[in-house]
Design a protein around this ligand. Structure first.
Ligand code: ADP
Ligand code: MG
Length: 232
């Protein structure tokens, strides 16, 4: 579906939260590389998709009522066989129903397991005085504990994207560290610009969170994405 159609459908269903699958569909069409992520409504469909992608795969709960999926036991990574996928499907359903009994669960999303890389996060929030602001930071503890994040008002230009990446304190980690390959900083800059353009053209979006993005020597891939629409 086209981004406009996905947004219209969410509005029609009276919701402001998109699923990971919808969020990635929108971002991919804006030129942002995301893992191919598809819905399986049953265990059998999850196995079928896994075989189509090839192992290893990742299964995640798909529900607009569960936005922090791992907190609910809704993420199983590195599944290497049909048996592991079947077991993961049952485990996800069991723990998510226990964690959020009222959740409407449409199934699981299936996606290939991304090769590990340096983790960054890229996002957008709306500031009450500045409007849409783009965010870049290192993933995990760097963002959660150290608040090592750079912000710019949207729209940004090439030099802003470059400055944002240069100003984070943990920048050294992007240059390669303890055998970790360096991150493709030029590619990340282009990702920031694409997100800025997309947000600029799509005022009805309130918040975007791509967390984590795996960065490699060549390129990067978004493995989780959240999009929230503004209240109608
Ligand atoms: P949450 O809703 O809890 O943020 P995520 O989709 O971010 O769920 O998944 C939790 C963690 O699982 C991620 O931080 C990442 O480390 C790992 N993960 C998720 N998707 C993939 C993937 N496609 N490949 C490899 N690891 C993944
Ligand atoms: Mg996440």
């Amino acid at each position: 579906m086209k981004p406009k159609e996905i947004l219209a459908q969410a509005r029609q269903e009276n919701r402001t939260v998109l699923t990971e699958i919808e969020a990635k569909q929108i971002l991919i069409q804006s030129g942002i590389n995301c893992t191919d992520t598809q819905l399986a409504a049953t265990k059998e469909a999850a196995v079928e998709l896994s075989e189509k992608f090839g192992y290893p795969v990742v299964l995640k709960v798909s529900s607009i009522d569960i936005s922090h999926k791992s907190d609910a036991g809704g993420v199983k990574v590195n599944l290497k066989s049909k048996a592991e996928v079947e077991k993961a499907y049952d485990a996800i359903m069991r723990s998510c129903k226990a964690a959020v009994p009222t959740a409407n669960i449409e199934g699981v999303s299936v996606q290939p397991m991304g090769k590990s890389g340096t983790e960054v996060i890229i996002g957008m929030i709306k500031d009450p005085s500045f409007g849409p602001v783009i965010m870049f930071g290192l993933g995990g503890v760097f963002v959660e504990v150290l608040k090592d994040v750079a912000f710019r008002i949207i729209p940004i230009e090439e030099s802003d994207a470059e400055d944002m990446i240069n100003e984070i304190k943990g920048k050294k980690l992007l240059e390669g560290y303890r055998g970790q390959e360096p991150a493709d900083v030029a590619y990340l800059q282009r990702m920031l610009l694409k997100l800025s353009d997309f947000v600029n053209e799509t005022p009805e979006i309130e918040e975007i969170d791509m967390n984590p993005v795996f960065c490699y020597k060549d390129g990067a891939v978004v493995v989780d994405a959240r999009i929230i629409l503004s209240a109608a």
